[in-house]
Design a binder for this molecule. Structure first.
Ligand code: NAD
Length: 290
């Protein structure tokens, strides 16, 4: 029997909690509403869709958002200028630069230029380093969303063997750090696998928990897991011409063998989106001015 981990449902609950917290600790204290800045570059359709849904979610929950949309081919310096404005603006609590960036822009330079105190995506090395050292920081939204999904479903990960597939900066690497961290949400024994790992099923067959973030539709098959494993599917792969989205897990062969499974859509995705709102709330609560 496989239980589906419903990210949509949990995200609704967490949004309500955030709304209540905004009311209690911000509005009732006569402070101004949290304010998220968003910088979008170019005209990548997925990025535009993601940004629009972030703006909508902010609005629904009582967070103000401001979008700066720079045109295709905009110079790196122009983007740095906008980042600097957001860094300096006392009315912006936190902001994100929507990734990916166009090839001519140096992504590392961009991330390094964001004030870590406003880095609600948690991508700046100061936040990433603090996360690795178990210090208070902004954690990347997808990793935080996965941990919250596990925690709120009372899935204990301490002492379990977790195999993460994929080592990207935004998903695989941070989730492997957090799952193995010395905290009540960690203490798992983590094996991080990637494109240079031979014979991945050797690892996945031993895993109690598998987190898949490779960007390859239906990569993890039922015959690669042990019975009762907990499977977290991070993948969002849009299949051209079919107008559908597939995860990185072959749902049909894993369903029935796993004990828990996140559906795509409706699993990790909504949790990622709500964690950006949560990080924005934290940034607003951290502010010194009213
Ligand atoms: P990425 O392309 O940056 O990284 C992919 C990782 O997979 C790399 O580390 C690579 O080493 C590894 N990999 C590639 N081929 C492999 C193979 N054959 N065997 C083992 N490892 C392999 O991708 P990403 O940004 O981490 O995203 C991964 C997937 O998750 C994508 O589908 C993306 O759309 C999705 N995603 C979803 C959310 C969400 O909120 N649900 C958030 C971010 C990304």
């Amino acid at each position: 029997m496989t239980k589906l981990l419903n990210g949509n449902q949990l995200a609704i609950e967490i949004r309500k909690e955030i709304s209540k917290e905004i009311e209690k600790n911000i509005l009732n204290q006569k402070k101004r509403v949290p304010h998220l800045g968003i910088i979008l570059t170019g005209n990548d359709q997925s990025s535009i869709t993601y940004v629009n849904s972030k703006i909508k979610e902010c609005k629904n929950i009582g967070i103000k958002s401001s979008l700066v949309h720079l045109p295709v081919g905009c110079l790196e310096n122009r983007l740095l200028e906008e980042i600097n404005k957001m860094n300096q603006n006392p009315l912006i609590d936190g902001f994100i630069v929507q990734l990916p960036l166009e090839k001519h822009i140096n992504q590392d330079k961009i991330i390094l230029s964001i004030n870590p105190k406003k880095d609600v995506d948690g991508f700046h090395p100061e936040n990433f380093g603090k996360m690795a050292l178990n210090m208070k920081a902004f954690f990347p939204a997808t990793a935080l969303g996965i941990l919250t999904l596990l925690e709120r479903n009372q899935i204990n990960i301490s002492g379990k063997h977790t195999v993460v597939i994929g080592r990207s900066r935004i998903v695989g690497s941070p989730i492997s750090i957090l799952m193995s961290g010395k905290s009540h949400l960690g203490n798992s024994t983590v094996t991080l696998t990637h494109s240079h790992t031979p014979n991945i099923e050797h690892y996945t067959k031993q895993a109690d928990i598998i987190i898949v973030a490779v960007g390859i539709p239906e990569f993890l098959k039922g015959n690669m897991i042990k019975k009762g494993a907990i499977i977290i599917d991070v993948g969002i792969n849009s299949i051209k011409n079919e107008k559908k989205i597939l995860g990185d897990v072959d749902f049909h062969s894993v369903y029935g063998k796993a004990s828990y499974l996140t559906p795509v859509p409706g699993g990790v995705g909504p949790m990622t989106r709500v964690m950006l709102l949560k990080n924005t709330l934290i940034a607003a609560l951290n502010r010194k001015n009213k």
